[in-house]
Design a protein. Sequence first.
Length: 162
Amino acid sequence: MNLRPLRPTDLARLVELNDAAYPAVPITPPEEMTALLGQADFTFGVVDETDSLLGFLIGLRPGADYASENYRYFDSRGADFLYVDRIVIDATVRGAGLGRMLYDAVFALARDEARAEIDCEVNLDPPNPQSLAFHDRLGFRRVGEQETKNGTVTVALLAALL
């Protein structure tokens, strides 16, 4: 397995992986995924030996013009952070260490940039206990909770201090 930045040619596979992970992440049509990639400050894809995308991570730095309620929460705190907007792993390879591989890259980037923390959110409702446990093992701690998407989703707002 290798890491590389996401490419425009990954779009169809990104949408396929993303939408298969619903409700952990929102359904995202190709044009919205293209816009998100255009706003992203950093991306990582984990690929196999044939360069087939098995998972991805999309993130932003502070100060982005990004409408996400969760991103705005972290940006308003004034912390020096990297924000993980979404991380998705193909269901057929979950548990194989690919999520940790992607987060290792984000932690390395945060250390290189002397950031104070890495931030993300995980669904509480609809529940995502596997993701909460995964983030807990990586050192993330709950710093808040909020309802999003007009009260249809409740998230735990998480931060891992560096």
